[in-house]
Write a protein that binds this ligand. Structure first.
Ligand SMILES: Cc1cc2nc3c(=O)[nH]c(=O)nc-3n(C[C@H](O)[C@H](O)[C@H](O)COP(=O)(O)O)c2cc1C
Length: 465
């Protein structure tokens, strides 16, 4: 079997995104459960593991979002700590990878490395870290230093942070502990975990207190789209989490990031591209389309439509009718002050141009404000029968639009079940998705090598006194 370029068929990687804090999650659907009780996480993880998915993914937001000066509560509000959730999940799963999004701006390398190395131990080598830099000073206000780094300085800190964490992960060779009860010798070498990092961002040294973990280092993800973010990923990450989930956008993004690898002496297969993707299944194409339209309107209520429009217009539009026309006033250009703590705010680089596009669409098709928001913010990537969705996913992967997908169901926690039951078996039959886990670590599932341990003689090596 070959792909569209005549090469061997690629294996599809699949992961499960526990729905985050945005309007993809339809919390008001009668089938939706808690987004915070452990039972939800357990069910979600076990459905994904039953389907032999590569990993489970948690996004993170460090401050409750606000709009018009009030907590934004049209979507899910609140989420528990990533390490607490993933560590608990390690105990009720055996093989599935556990990926946590952890910010490099507001944390410290020693703490984060200790938590990931611990998760890697407790899960038997299934930890992954999605390194994000966060986007705003508003989030930073929750932390000791306040919003202390401007956007363009955050990748500088992220680089130093990751390199410091790598130094910590690699500070143990893996052979230091002998624990010989006969001779009373615990350590082979006298000074494990020694590290020293002195650069523009960190001035730390000492001994790391977590022995080398099963994967050596957690798998490293990057999520960020700027040129700088892409360079950061090409130089250091094992995988990228992206929003470019359509065929054309995916192919362009894939080409771009893979092209960047060579200058860092890295091979094409050392960085996986994994877009987020939603799905809607039906017994027929027509049924799937009809259900997709229903879900879109569940995701964009009248109130939600006004809030989305406010984010673009950067003004209070609460007096507008969502079933009426778009505002005739122009968006306020400049710093977006209406919505705080949301990534989508940054996507509106040219709000006046986007508003004009929205108006043209409304006029051409006679759409209301809500209709336009439904149309413009729809996030369903794959809509169809199980057969057509499996075929499309396979085609996208073979056509290098991605190496697989991180699936985001709209129902928590059971929304993944239908995909697991209906789409996964088709991909397995076609030989593009595993029927059983082949290895035990996340690196095994993703086809990534384990970084070599640092084998160097340390100062003071020899039996411990
Ligand atoms: C697909 C995607 C998912 C992201 N998820 C998160 C997240 O869960 N938490 C977070 O703090 N930042 C998240 N980010 C923000 C990035 O970490 C980054 O700060 C932001 O995109 C700015 O970087 P950029 O200019 O390179 O895009 C995400 C970004 C992308 C593109």
């Amino acid at each position: 079997m070959t792909n569209t370029q005549g090469g061997p068929r690629k294996q599809v990687h699949l992961a499960a995104h526990f729905p985050g804090v945005n309007n993809t999650t339809v919390w008001s659907d009668p089938r939706s459960g808690s987004h915070i009780e452990f039972e939800s996480f357990r069910r979600f993880a076990q459905i994904a593991e039953g389907a032999k998915f590569d990993f489970l993914f948690l996004a993170e937001g460090l401050r409750l979002r606000e709009q018009n000066g009030k907590i934004y509560d049209l979507d899910v509000v609140g989420r528990p700590d990533t390490f607490g959730v993933l560590t608990a999940l390690a105990a009720v799963t055996q093989r599935i990878g556990l990926t946590g999004t952890i910010n490099s701006t507001f944390n410290e390398p020693y703490d984060v490395a200790r938590q990931f190395a611990t998760l890697d131990h407790l899960s038997g080598g299934r930890a992954a870290w999605n390194v994000v830099t966060s986007w705003d000073a508003f989030t930073g206000e929750n932390f000791r230093r306040g919003g202390f780094l401007a956007q363009d300085e955050r990748y500088g800190r992220a680089r130093s942070f990751l390199s410091a964490a790598a130094e910590l992960f690699d500070s143990w060779n893996g052979d230091e502990i002998v624990a010989d009860k006969e001779t009373g010798t615990f350590l082979r070498h006298g000074s494990p975990g020694e590290f020293s990092v002195h650069d523009d961002h960190f001035d730390i040294e000492g001994h790391f207190n977590v022995p080398r973990s099963p994967q050596g280092r957690p798998v490293i993800f990057q999520a960020g789209d700027s040129d700088e973010g892409r360079e950061f990923a090409a130089s250091t990450a094992d995988a990228i989490f992206t929003r470019h989930g359509t065929l054309d956008a995916g192919q362009a993004f894939y080409r771009d990031v893979k092209r960047r690898l060579a200058q860092y002496g890295r091979r094409h297969d050392e960085l996986l591209v994994l877009p987020a993707a939603t799905f809607i299944l039906g017994d027929t194409e027509a049924e799937a389309q009809e259900y997709a339209a229903h879900v879109r309107r569940q995701q964009v209520s009248g109130q939600t439509a006004i809030k989305f429009a406010e984010q673009l217009w950067n003004r209070d539009l609460s007096s507008y009718d969502p079933d009426g026309p778009l505002p005739s006033v122009d968006p306020l250009v400049g710093e977006n002050t209406i919505a705080k703590g949301r990534a989508s705010v940054r996507m509106n680089a040219d709000p006046v141009a986007v508003a004009n596009e929205w108006r043209e669409l409304a006029e051409a098709r006679g759409l209301s404000l809500r209709d336009v928001v439904v149309e413009k913010t729809a996030r369903q990537n794959f809509i169809g029968t199980a057969e057509t969705v499996a075929t499309t996913i396979d085609e996208y992967v073979q056509a290098d639009a991605s190496d697989g997908f991180i699936l985001v169901p709209h129902i928590t926690p059971d929304g993944l079940g239908e995909f697991a039951d209906k789409v996964v078996p088709i991909l397995q039959e076609r030989g593009v998705f595993r029927a059983e886990y082949q290895g035990t670590t996340l690196r095994d599932h993703l086809g990534l090598t384990t970084p070599a341990a640092r084998t160097r003689a340390r100062a003071g090596s020899g039996a411990a006194s």
